[in-house]
Design a protein around this ligand. Structure first.
Ligand SMILES: NC(=O)c1ccc[n+]([C@@H]2O[C@H](COP(=O)([O-])OP(=O)(O)OC[C@H]3O[C@@H](n4cnc5c(N)ncnc54)[C@H](O)[C@@H]3O)[C@@H](O)[C@H]2O)c1
Length: 442
């Protein structure tokens, strides 16, 4: 079975079902469908997403519509909301969301629902791979029993693996195909079959000994970032109290050719992964009576950064004898990072709410996010006209999109708080050289 399965998955004609066509699923669809002998069936519960893919459109910024349209016209990619069609697939990758609940516990309901769909259609010989980030044990404790309730056995009748997605939206260099991909199965045979298949459309596969090792690898990567960002954010608070320029310190430290990795401070963590994934590990470890202290501390410091930025706005307004209450504040950028349209967990939302709670009139400009809904109201990006910039009592750079002319922003704004060091990074003359690089003007 193993040799024939490996041969089938590494060279045969394969239909790959991809469950969840979002930031992770759609790029995977395109990369897999480009490989010889692989046809992709994308499955999503949202009919609008299915219709859009079938019409040859991409709703994900990193995936060009021209590519979706080409693969559609060549018959290599199709989308459906009919989950029973999972039975047509030789392999299935699950890319559904893994958010936190209101109490910041893992919400694995999407994995559960997707697993039920896969179990209902499970076929002998199928390869099932979970790509959604989750706590160590998810694949074996949640998926395996549900799939084996069919009477089929993993490693014998079907293959089950965990292989975390490492997509970095907006990254021009590292995409799904050229980023090495870790994979671990619930049995050694599962790992072998999974790696043999993914090698057809991922340049480098990194097999590990178990699904749990692969699950923990992904959470280690994201916790590493959350903790190091927490460290530089705390260094920013420390530097501010000491009257030292944190960016100067970080740039100086980064000249060390070994043993230091550069992270930069900012308005707080954002995105679907880094603020969320470490809490999956914390939750799991609480069930094992262990407290993940690094995760808690980093999360606490990072969550305080929006308040720190609002403090800088208050200070900047204060310099011209203004209060936050009644002031017009313009936020530049609401996406969680530069040059993307993703607002999930963006610290801009916290900054907006904190300023509004203090009575400010807040508007925003973001070239990538034309409108968004928050607490049942719709906010729309205002055009970045000279009037908008000069009429605001304070402008706050929350996201350093590269299309914004920061020289113009500096020239026209009355007070400017730069939470990303964007003005200095753009090489603009006349930026005050002093410890308070956060308040560039005011
Ligand atoms: N976005 C990233 O940069 C990124 C990077 C690495 C890993 N991840 C992980 O990948 C997973 C997916 O994240 P994403 O950003 O692609 O999410 P997303 O919200 O962009 O997309 C998920 C899609 O799944 C669909 N869906 C939900 N439940 C479904 C079901 N039962 N059956 C079929 N479709 C269903 C939704 O309609 C949606 O279109 C998460 O676990 C996330 O942590 C995300």
């Amino acid at each position: 079975m193993t040799t024939s399965a490996i041969e089938r998955f590494s060279t045969g004609d394969i239909t790959l079902g991809i469950v969840g066509l979002g930031y992770v699923g759609l790029p995977l669809c395109v990369d897999a469908a480009q490989a010889k002998g692989i046809k992709v069936l994308g499955l999503d519960l949202k009919q609008s997403v299915v219709d859009s893919v079938n019409a040859g459109h991409s709703h994900i910024q990193d995936v060009p519509s021209t590519e979706v349209a080409r693969l559609r016209s060549e018959g290599r990619l199709e989308a459906t909301s009919d989950m029973s069609r999972l039975a047509e697939c030789d392999a299935v990758s699950i890319c559904v969301p893994t958010p936190l609940s209101k109490t910041r516990d893992p919400d694995v309901s999407f994995i559960l629902a997707a697993t039920e769909s896969v179990a209902a259609a499970l076929q002998p010989g199928q390869l099932i791979v979970l790509e959604s980030t989750s706590y160590p044990g998810t694949t074996r404790e949640i998926m395996l029993p549900a799939l084996e309730r069919t009477g089929m056995r993993a490693g014998e009748d079907f293959f089950l693996c965990f292989s975390p997605e490492r997509v970095d939206p907006g990254n021009p260099t590292w995409q799904t195909k050229n980023t090495p991909k870790v994979i671990g199965g619930v049995t050694p045979v599962c790992s072998e079959v999974g790696a043999a298949f993914y090698e057809r459309f991922i340049d480098t596969m990194v097999p590990v000994s178990s699904a749990e090792a692969a699950e923990l690898t992904k959470i280690l990567e994201n916790t590493f970032r959350a903790v190091n960002i927490g460290l530089v954010n705390e260094t920013a608070i420390i530097s501010d109290r000491l009257g030292v320029d944190v960016w100067e310190v970080i740039d100086a430290a980064a000249t060390k050719p070994f043993g230091f990795m550069k992270f930069t401070p900012g308005p707080g963590l954002g995105g679907h992964c880094i603020p969320v994934d470490p809490h999956y590990l914390s939750w799991k470890m609480r069930t094992l009576n262990y407290k993940t202290r690094f995760v808690e501390l980093a999360s606490e410091i990072n969550a305080e950064m929006p308040l720190f930025v609002v403090g800088k706005v208050r200070q900047a307004l204060n310099r011209s004898r203004k209060a936050v209450n009644g002031s017009r504040v313009l936020l530049l950028g609401v996406a969680y990072k530069r040059d993307i349209d993703d607002m999930r967990e963006s610290p801009a939302l916290d900054i907006l709410k904190l300023l509004e709670a203090d009575g400010a009139e807040v508007s925003y400009h973001d070239p990538f996010v034309t409108a968004f809904k928050e607490d049942d109201r719709e906010l729309e990006s205002v055009p970045l006209t000279d009037e908008v910039l000069s009429e605001a009592d304070a402008v706050v750079i929350v996201t350093d999109h590269t299309t914004v002319d920061y020289g113009r922003v500096l020239r026209l704004s009355k007070a400017l708080v730069d939470a990303r060091h964007a003005v200095k990074a753009a090489g603009i003359e006349g930026v005050p050289v002093g410890p308070d690089r956060w308040i560039v003007k005011g």
